[in-house]
Design a binder for this molecule. Structure first.
Ligand SMILES: C[S@@+](CC[C@H](N)C(=O)[O-])C[C@H]1O[C@@H](n2cnc3c(N)ncnc32)[C@H](O)[C@@H]1O
Length: 346
């Protein structure tokens, strides 16, 4: 039976979130102008108007609400009370002048000190997005979600939730207690929370290189059945061969240099059981939506994203195929691209 009440609730939640993150987005813009630190960059490639972006975002929200109506997944619940959300937004705005100054100076090195002697890969020890502390401080972990949603006007959660669709197809008719899912580079655990709310009994594992982000993920999952959260490099994961039914990775590949993208893919394939499902969600690539290419061109100018340009032209489908996966489906949704592949049965 169609869950029209769920759909209405989801629509209302998205509307409130959109209003909140749009306001924060505007505040970030005003602050940048006030400090004279808004980057002036006009992409050479075609870029969408703001109206086109908002229309497309509304389409994503509608799709997400329809999935709730159809029982594909539950309404979005990010588990944050209004006071906590307000406090995080306040902290983001307080941190903004520093972030903007670093962007103006192209200084992405605040993480280096925290990273010393941790045996982390060089490509990782930079302040991605000019975040204070890169991925290694508690403050950065606390601000990550509000920063990302402010950038995407509240659309990040719905883009991640696109990954629940192929997972739903794959798990239909299966006993979820016997199934396992590994989220590679789980960050603050936003997607793990969505999976846990949808599949309360599935065995869940999240891997990330940042202790602070894993601590935040633990908080986001705290009222739910726990997931195993492991600090590890996705290029050498502490999971057994052929141990996972599903492996997901969300918004990781654009932050990896090309050779690491390949190493992580091979690891994901190693971890998957024969017949297992792989779902990758990441940014659009050049040519996915040609009239949006200018956004992709401008993104690494506004945020420290040293590997984005190489990601945007990488042959992801070829990369997954070379690692032994068989492509099943691929689509774009707002600023995200979803790729679904399977490891061939033994
Ligand atoms: C853009 S965030 C995405 C986080 C999360 N998947 C999401 O949807 O918000 C990238 C994440 O990848 C993690 N990361 C980057 N390189 C990694 C690596 N080699 N191994 C494990 N985690 C990595 C970072 O610590 C960070 O949490």
């Amino acid at each position: 039976m169609a869950d029209t009440i769920g759909m209405g609730l989801q629509g209302a939640t998205q509307a409130v979130r959109f209003g909140w993150y749009l306001s924060l987005n505007r505040m970030v813009g005003w602050q940048s102008d006030r400090l004279g630190l808004r980057p002036r960059y006009k992409p050479a490639l075609p870029a969408p108007t703001e109206r086109a972006i908002l229309t497309d975002l509304a389409r994503l929200f509608r799709r997400d609400a329809e999935a709730v109506r159809d029982g594909l997944f539950p309404p979005l619940s990010d588990g944050l009370g209004p006071l906590d959300a307000f406090d995080r937004a306040r902290a983001m705005l307080a941190d903004l002048p520093e972030t903007l100054r670093r962007r103006a100076d192209a200084d992405a090195g605040t993480v280096r000190e925290a990273a010393a002697d941790h045996g982390l890969p060089d490509y990782y020890t930079q302040d991605f997005h000019y975040q204070t502390g890169g991925y290694l401080s508690e403050q950065s972990a606390r601000l990550y979600d509000v920063q990302v949603e402010t950038l995407f006007l509240g659309g990040a959660a719905a883009m991640r939730r696109e990954a629940l669709r192929p997972i739903g197809d794959y798990l239909r008719g299966q006993d979820q207690r016997r199934m396992s899912l590994l989220d590679v580079a789980c960050g603050t655990g936003r997607f793990l929370r969505d999976v846990r709310l949808t599949y309360p009994a599935i065995k869940l594992t999240g891997i990330d290189l940042s202790d602070s982000y894993l601590a935040e993920a633990r908080r986001h999952l705290s009222a739910l059945r726990p997931a195993a959260l492991l600090r590890a490099n996705a290029e050498a994961m502490p999971v057994a061969n052929a141990s996972q039914d599903i492996v997901t990775t969300i918004f990781l590949f654009h932050e990896l240099p090309p050779e690491a993208r390949r190493a992580v893919t091979e690891e994901m394939v190693r971890a998957l059981k024969p017949g297992g499902l792989m779902v990758l969600v990441d940014s659009l690539q050049m040519g996915d939506r040609p009239d949006w290419d200018g956004l992709l061109e401008g993104f690494p100018v506004r945020f420290h994203e040293p590997y984005f340009a190489s990601y945007a032209i990488d042959d992801l489908e070829g990369l997954l195929g070379a690692a032994g996966l068989v492509l099943h489906a691929s689509w774009t949704s707002f600023l995200a691209k979803v790729i679904v592949a399977r490891k061939p049965p033994a």
